[in-house]
Design a protein around this ligand. Structure first.
Ligand code: FDA
Length: 397
């Protein structure tokens, strides 16, 4: 087997790995990045419906979940969303803000992948695809890594950067390698679970949800003290849409989630006004004036709101409004890693230096990106973490 020496070997040519590779190579070291997939940045390619929500203008550590909520501050503060936007602009990639500070490419997510590849090539980072990691051992001068596949070799490196991502979407190359390496080197891993994922429901609720699959409505979704106001979508399997994906990171089994339709709207007032002008209307029809009609019919049937508006007391309309703005439903689970956008939890930040992402116990071993226990909200935050943590490790090497 061919023996080769590099200063830095990066495992995983995704968002964080590629960002790290260009910055590590820019500092003059010999850098190799490997991936078992046949193309780099596959998750970037499919992200944001093919347009990549590459960052969020409002990114701060508040938009992330972690056992240590302060850990992400250093990297996010030193390589910010504005630094990444400057890079995107330098490459002439046009973009737009969709909503809530979310920046998307005008053209294609492939523009971001090409930019990262160009940055790596500019600084002389080498890349090998279709290459698997067979064995990793620590030795006196760093690490010895056996690679198999197209890039087969025994690599000796001073720095080993683990950028293998999380567990979501296994068919796109997600593997447990990062967590395995953490445990091999005695670096703790917090409990992991699918996040930014649709929630599923028991047959009692599903029968109704199926009837209105495809219907979406503006809502505030709350779990405990956390709430998100975005769209809610009914599906054949349960509930989805941005508001549900957001709350899924906070929801735990047996907890209810609370749905507030039309947050900030005086539904009771609207129904009472409707009663006075259209007394013959059914309750479902009146609700259908302010919410999608199919949703209104479903909710009226579920709660047995029958009769005409004119025959319904204002008190009863007040009760209906309270239910529409405080509907508690009990998910039974989530769609799991098959559709989750990210993995919650990961390499325990207690074991990492927040400035460099280097393991405190194992010199030369770095963890970056999604494999680390730093998980962003929906909206470009996860890529910003990949860029910031990749930059932090790359510039520290
Ligand atoms: P990433 O998963 O990007 O890269 C890891 C790399 O390691 C992969 O290339 C993989 O093949 C490789 N690898 C894994 N195991 C290996 C092994 N054993 N050997 C060799 N290589 C291995 N975020 C956001 O901010 N905005 C968005 O628009 C979206 N959209 C989105 C859509 C969908 C469908 C998903 C699934 C996810 C998103 N995300 C997102 C989340 C975002 O994609 C994610 O947080 C980042 O890609 C994480 O970057 P990493 O580099 O850490 O992992």
């Amino acid at each position: 087997m061919l023996n080769e020496t590099f200063d830095t070997l990066i495992l995983g040519a995704g968002a964080a790995g590629m960002m790290c590779a260009s910055h590590a190579a820019a500092r003059g070291g010999r850098v190799l990045i490997v991936d078992h997939a046949k193309s780099p940045g596959e998750k970037i390619r499919i992200s944001g419906g093919g347009r990549c929500n590459f960052t969020n203008i409002g990114t701060s550590a508040r938009n992330f979940l972690s056992k240590n909520p302060h850990f992400a501050k250093s990297a996010l503060g030193r390589y910010t969303q504005h630094d990444f936007i400057t890079l995107v602009e330098k490459y002439g990639i046009s973009y737009h803000e969709k909503t809530l500070g979310q920046l998307f490419c005008d053209n294609s997510a492939k523009d971001i992948i090409q930019m990262l590849l160009d940055e790596m090539a500019r600084h002389g980072s080498e890349m090998r695809l279709n290459t698997r990691v067979a064995e990793v051992q620590q030795n006196g001068s760093g690490f010895s890594v056996v690679l198999e596949g197209d890039g087969a070799a025994r690599i000796q490196c001073r720095n080993l950067v683990v950028a293998t991502g999380g567990k979501s979407i296994p068919k796109m190359g997600a593997s447990g390698l990062g967590y395995q390496l953490a445990s091999q080197f005695g670096v703790a891993v917090t409990e992991t679970r699918p996040a930014l994922v649709p929630l599923t429901f028991g047959e009692d609720m599903l029968a109704g949800f199926r009837e209105i699959a495809g219907v979406s409505a503006p809502a505030r979704i709350s779990c405990g003290k956390t709430s998100f106001e975005e769209a809610l979508l009914f599906t054949h399997r349960g509930l989805s849409g941005p508001a549900i994906l957001q709350i899924s990171s906070y929801w735990r089994e047996t907890q209810p989630i609370r749905v507030t339709f039309l947050p900030g709207t005086d539904i009771a007032g609207a129904l009472c006004a409707s009663k006075r002008t259209h007394g013959k209307r059914s309750i479902a029809t009146a609700i259908g004036e302010i919410l999608p009609k199919r949703l209104a019919s479903y909710l009226a049937e579920l709660h047995k709101w029958t009769g005409a508006m004119g025959e319904t007391s204002d008190r009863k309309l007040g009760e209906i409004a309270s239910i529409l703005q405080g509907w508690e439903v009990y998910p039974i689970g989530s769609e799991g890693y098959r559709t989750a956008e990210v993995t919650l939890g990961g390499v325990d930040t207690d074991g990492l230096d927040s400035r460099t992402m280097e393991s405190k116990a194992v010199k030369g071993l770095f963890f970056i990106g999604e494999v680390v226990d730093v998980t962003g909200w929906l909206g470009g935050y996860n890529f910003q973490w990949a860029w910031s943590s990749g930059w932090a490790a790359g510039t520290a090497i």
